[in-house]
Design a protein around this ligand. Structure first.
Ligand code: BTN
Length: 255
């Protein structure tokens, strides 16, 4: 199944036909001592997971993959890697969509194609150290891209590459491209820190300067999306001042 999929040096590919969740499999492999750079890829998931406890419908034809990393840094810094992944995914998808298509990043790590969600990222990490500045044991960056199909009924309007006019694409080909682009941005992050990642992400972000509604656990706030801060938090100007959002769902416009 992995025949023909060539990843750059530094990656180890675990290619599966079907799995519950590539993030879960990556976690199991991490527990067995899998190396930094392990990518778990499956043609379908039977229990794919999204952010904030949602499920991720995962039929054949789309891309489902999880990258295991062991960055030697504390959790807040490791979390910046989700933006590195978002840029890698952005650039990979930009290479296959029609020229006039509008591709944009949505906080925290979604990719929108013509205003609809085409890809999502799920970041999970484990830390066994006791101090806040201890390094994470591992970080898993799971990503799903709707290549051929998308769920009709979902909280956020969704789409697929095919529905927006992209030519037919094998999931393995998109995985190869993502793996290459991820390395480019990882190199920038390792050498220059988060600032170039933040700047590039903002350059592609949808809705900066516009009204957003942010749903947090137990609270919904409205304001203007003004910035992404140096830790990757969304900065929203509200009637009560600026708020830093570290976890939540963003909707464009007032609700
Ligand atoms: C989101 O809610 O936007 C994040 C979706 C992440 C889905 C991917 S598919 C591969 C990996 N395995 C999972 O179970 N989830 C992620």
């Amino acid at each position: 199944m992995s025949a023909g999929v060539l990843l750059p040096p530094g990656y180890q590919l675990v290619a599966l036909d079907s799995v519950d969740s590539t993030n879960e499999e990556a976690k199991r492999l991490a527990g067995q001592g899998a190396e930094d750079g392990t990518i778990v890829w499956a043609l379908e998931q039977t229990a794919g997971r999204g952010r904030r406890g949602r499920s991720w419908v995962s039929p054949r034809g789309n891309l489902y993959a999880s990258l295991l990393l062991c960055p030697e840094c504390p959790a807040p810094q490791a979390a910046q890697l989700s933006f590195v992944a978002a840029l890698g995914l952005h650039d990979a998808v930009a290479g296959v969509v029609p020229p006039m298509a509008e591709l944009a990043c949505k906080w925290p790590n979604d990719l929108l194609l013509n205003g609809r969600k085409v890809a999502g990222i799920l970041l999970e990490s484990r830390m066994s150290g006791e101090r806040a500045d201890d390094p994470v044991d591992w970080l898993i960056i799971g990503m799903g891209v709707n290549i051929a199909t998308f769920p009709e009924a979902s909280e956020f309007p969704a789409t697929s590459l095919a529905a927006e006019g992209a030519p037919a694409l094998e999931p393995g080909a998109l995985l190869e491209s993502y793996a290459r682009h991820f390395l480019v941005w990882l190199d920038r992050w390792l050498n220059e820190g988060f600032e170039p990642i933040r700047t590039e992400w903002l350059a592609h972000a949808r809705g900066r300067g516009e009204a957003v509604t942010v749903r947090l656990t137990g609270e919904t706030l409205q304001g203007t999306f003004v910035d992404l801060d140096a830790d990757g938090a969304l900065v929203v100007e509200t009637g009560d001042g600026r708020r830093r959002i570290t976890a939540g769902d963003v909707f464009f416009g007032g609700r």
